[in-house]
Structures are given as C-alpha cells and as structure tokens.
Design a protein around this ligand. Structure first.
Ligand code: MN
Length: 302
C-alpha cells in the first residue's frame, strides 16, 4: 500500500493534477482512511473539537475553517466535518464540490488524529441515490468524459464513518440516529449498516423543521422524547448535526439538538461552527456556537 503524503493536498493543487496523478493520490487516501462506520473519539485533556455543517463545494470557507481549527489548541484540537461535501456547488466555484471533497479527504487521511469527516446523504448516493449528482459532472469536466473519478470518490466516501461519539458526551452525525437498536453498543449497531440505518442517520429530520416530512424518506422525523432516550442510552448529553439549513445555528428539541450549516450556498441561513471540549462533560452551556464569514473567492483561473 502506498503511504499518504505528509501534508494535505489543497483544492487548487487538485485542480492542476492530471487524471492519473489525481487517481493515484486518491488511492493513497483510501488506503489511509479509517474504514470504520462508527468512530469513538477519546478524551483529550484541554483540547476542543471544532464542528462544521454542510460545506457543499464551498472549499474556500471549508479550508479557512480547517486551517483555523488546526492552528488552535496548540496543535491538539480536532476538526470534525458533519458531511455533505459534494453537490449543490456554489456557482462562483466551478467543480468546487469535487475539489472540496478531495482536499478534505486528503486532510483526513494525512492528519487522522486531527481531522474527521463523517458521511452525509450526498456521500451515500451509491446506496441511496438522491436527486443531485453534480460531483459526477464536475469530475468529467476536470478529468474527461471517461474518468472513473466519481466512482472512486464514492469508494473513498464508503471508508468514512457515519457517526461519532466524543467521550465528553456529544453524539455527532449528519442527520439523525438509529432509533431501532438491535445491538448493545453503537460500534456493533453501525457494523450492520443497512438502508434503514442510513435513512435514519444521514437523511432524517427533526420534528418541527420546515423540511420534515418533505424529503420522501421512509422514516418519520425524530422527536424530543426519542432523541432524549437515545442520548441517555449511549451516555451522551447532546447531538450536533447538519443537513437542514432551516435550523442552521439553532438549538431544537429542548436544547438536546444543535444543527449547523457552513456553506455560502445557504447564505440566508448563515454559516455556523461550534466548538466543544474534548474532556469533562459537555452540556449545552459548554458549546460555543459562532457565525462564520464566507471566505473570499479565489481569483478566476485563466
Ligand atoms: Mn444533507
């Protein structure tokens, strides 16, 4: 197996690679990704996790937030992205969603101790196809009509965790949680990933959201009682998610659920990040919720 490079490859560099070079780099990345459907994040005394919602091709903002997180906490903080890297590309950033995904994947593979990417519904399209497949069009635009890059990206997404739990009491996933539990522990539960679990974890909505019930998915939105029972069962206090621009930057279901979005695509919803401790016990009072400015656009390429 080829070892990953020591430093992440950024979006602009990705756009300059030949198809052969880009596929070779992606191979290195896939080999270095954890390949676990559920990730347990251990305590790290005095350090924090920076949490980001959907980035959807807004790579200037994603890269700026990532760099800030990597600089903070004396190099010990973690950056955790909650899914939806591809599709819904901002019009100002052609091929932005493929470049966003590749550069974040490169960071996760190179700095596994610092950078975590969870899967969103846009990263599970092989199992549950959605409407948008913009990343496939972008990949062909970058590397030719016959490039296998879109399929290879989906292979890479398949190596990312669907959910994570911080030992400080925070459950993290793109959208929801498994309501019907058949295993004693979450790692065992997620090891049997099927379509039902995927709908619950990367597609579901919070009861009361304006989009709840409108996505045509086969599970009802989750309630305050359900999320409370789930968090108690796993020994967590809060659930931080993404997926829903209408709830961006808002606490819901009695302060148990925080929803983030971090892309200029939904500028009207605001861009939000949160910061939580990786040690001690996290309640809503320990979560720092901050607005983020969209990063400046790169100069147009000639
Ligand atoms: Mn989503």
């Amino acid at each position: 197996m080829t070892e990953p490079h020591s430093a992440p490859i950024g979006p602009v560099r990705w756009s300059q690679l030949s198809e052969h070079q880009a596929l070779e780099e992606l191979d290195r990345i896939v080999g270095a990704l954890p390949g676990k459907p559920f990730l347990e994040v251990p305590e790290r005394s005095g350090a924090h996790a920076w949490l980001f919602g959907d980035t959807h091709g807004d790579w200037p903002t994603a890269q700026r937030m990532l760099e800030a997180a990597l600089r903070s906490g004396e190099g010990r903080d973690r950056a955790i992205f909650l899914g939806d890297y591809v599709d819904r590309t901002p019009t100002e950033l052609p091929q932005g969603s493929v470049l966003n995904a590749l550069s974040l994947l490169s960071a996760a593979a190179t700095l596994p101790d610092r950078v975590v990417l969870l899967r969103g519904n846009h990263e599970t399209q092989r199992q549950i196809p959605g409407i948008l497949r913009e990343a496939a069009v972008e990949a062909r635009c970058l590397w030719g009509e016959r490039t296998p890059m879109a399929e290879r990206l989906e292979d890479a997404f398949g190596r990312l965790p669907l959910a994570a739990q911080l030992s400080s009491g925070v459950y993290l996933a793109h959208a929801g949680f498994p309501r019907t539990r058949s295993a004693a522990s979450l790692p065992e539960e997620f090891a049997r990933t099927d379509d039902g679990l995927l709908f619950e974890v990367v597609w579901n909505d919070v009861l009361g959201s304006p989009v709840a019930g409108s996505r045509g998915i086969p599970c009802p939105p989750f309630t305050e009682e359900e999320v409370g029972a789930f968090l108690r069962a796993i020994g967590a206090e809060i659930f931080v998610r993404a997926h829903d621009p209408y709830l961006a930057g808002q606490w819901s279901l009695g302060g148990k659920v925080l929803t983030l979005h971090t892309t200029r695509v939904f500028l009207w919803a605001g861009l939000w990040r949160a910061c939580v401790p990786l040690s001690g016990r996290v309640g809503p009072g320990e979560v720092r919720l901050e607005p983020v400015e969209p990063a400046p656009l790169p100069p147009p390429s000639s």
